[in-house]
Design a protein around this ligand. Sequence first.
Ligand SMILES: Nc1ncnc2c1ncn2[C@@H]1O[C@H](COP(=O)(O)OP(=O)(O)OP(=O)(O)O)[C@@H](O)[C@H]1O
Ligand SMILES: [Mg+2]
Length: 219
Amino acid sequence: MMAEVSPLRFITLEGGEGTGKSTLQHALAERLRAEGFDVVTTREPGGTPLAEAVRELALHPPAGADWSPMSEALLMNAARSDHLEKLIRPALAEGKWVICDRFADSTRVYQSVKGGVSSNVLKSMESTVLGDTVPTLTLVLDAPLETTSGRRSARNGPDDAFEKRATDFHHAVRQGFISLSQEEPLRCKLIDASRDVASVYAAAWRIVSQTYALNEMAG
Ligand SMILES: Nc1ncnc2c1ncn2[C@@H]1O[C@H](COP(=O)(O)OP(=O)(O)OP(=O)(O)O)[C@@H](O)[C@H]1O
Ligand SMILES: [Mg+2]
């Protein structure tokens, strides 16, 4: 059976910390550019000057201060609204590919786990902010925490507000992303990200080329 071809080329990459989202974003963008496409790579929270300022506030709050899940959810959505208005929608309207490192599903997961905001409230905020601009493909990277914590510690820089949270939080996040991909199997594809970089990329490219009816063998 032929896969249905998606009109919007809006891909989001999701999953816990250290699963390889940024690495995959880079590889996919490079491949699509080699195929001759215009590709915009961006991230959340962030992507515009205002949203990047919100990122700093959310990930590195003043010492001793913590955002509540509700405040955090509103903050992420405020940043997302700016990002959509100023960067994502204009790029998609020009026919460009947009590959976003984390997007609305991260808010669904991170702001709901462990006594966070109810999923209904989060979904209502999400649909208000996104409108029609829903990702046409979401690649959900999944790997055991033992694998991802090793990758994270191999990387430079101090932990941010999310990375600092306890192991059970990260387990809940992993489970949240698995559940998400089961709830929306058409949009969200779970990828085993415990494998080496080349295997993860190959699995991702297969899905991208099928979703958008690109020639899998080309390039
Ligand atoms: N499949 C892989 N196998 C081994 N190492 C990997 C793999 N993918 C990425 N890495 C390495 O693990 C580290 C984390 O990867 P990356 O930054 O892409 O993850 P991330 O999901 O973007 O993390 P974060 O959520 O913290 O931004 C990097 O040093 C990267 O080179
Ligand atoms: Mg990253």
